[in-house]
Design a protein around this ligand. Structure first.
Ligand SMILES: O=P(O)(O)OP(=O)(O)OP(=O)(O)OC[C@H]1O[C@@H](n2cnc3c(O)ncnc32)[C@H](O)[C@@H]1O
Ligand SMILES: [Mg+2]
Length: 183
């Protein structure tokens, strides 16, 4: 099975490939841009996949992810990319200085459209924000400040394989895979 994935983010594609390797699913990245509406991840993915399908005319997925910090009322959420590119992880750690509630989660919403039905598949991983940046050279963006529940290392200290066993992205892609297998 082949899945066309519209994204400009190579990290996402690398992770999706690892996640679906054993499932006999092949991922092909396509670079068709789409407007990211301001709103929830679900809205970004649903509108995005419709727009990409219009141009591409084949079953396609888009994926919108975000990082949600409990103490900051779920900020940065859908603004995760902008916040990462502006204040970055150091800025986030500053906002949480001396804060004991360090709960956060990643969420991914995949939008799939084949011309008939729009489907959304969601994955979440909960965890906490470290007190300093811990980067083992893996992962990207918020990975170096996020320790998933039950672990002691940040995502950026785990290999992509390790991260992909438990990640938000893994959970959402498995939902998608199950759906496609049962079509
Ligand atoms: O082309 P697209 O697919 O939109 O790529 P993007 O990088 O803009 O991706 P998103 O719109 O989903 O923005 C989410 C941002 O959240 C962050 N992010 C998403 N997934 C992540 C992950 O697994 N680990 C760390 N940070 C992540 C990263 O900063 C992303 O740029
Ligand atoms: Mg984006």
């Amino acid at each position: 099975m082949k899945i066309y994935f519209a994204t400009g983010n190579q990290n996402k594609v690398d992770e999706a490939e690892i996640i679906l390797k054993e499932a006999n699913c092949e991922i092909e990245q396509i670079e068709i841009p789409y407007a990211e509406v301001q709103g929830r991840l679900e809205e970004v993915s649903a509108f995005g996949v419709l727009e990409v399908f219009e141009k591409f005319n084949r079953p396609v997925i888009v994926e919108d992810s975000g990082f949600f910090i409990e103490k900051l009322n779920d900020f940065p959420g859908t603004y995760s990319r902008f916040v990462q590119e502006t204040i970055g992880n150091e800025g986030i750690l500053k906002l949480l200085e001396n804060e004991t509630n360090r709960n956060a989660y990643f969420k991914t919403v995949i939008g799939y459209y084949d011309g008939d039905n729009i489907k959304l598949f969601t994955g979440i991983v909960k965890g906490t924000i470290s007190t300093e940046i811990k980067d083992g050279g893996f992962g990207f963006a918020y990975d170096s400040i996020f320790i998933p529940e039950g672990k002691t290392k940040t995502f950026a200290e785990m290999t992509t394989e390790e991260k992909s066993e438990i990640s938000h992205r893994k959970r959402a892609f498995y939902e998608l895979k199950n759906y496609l297998e049962n079509l």
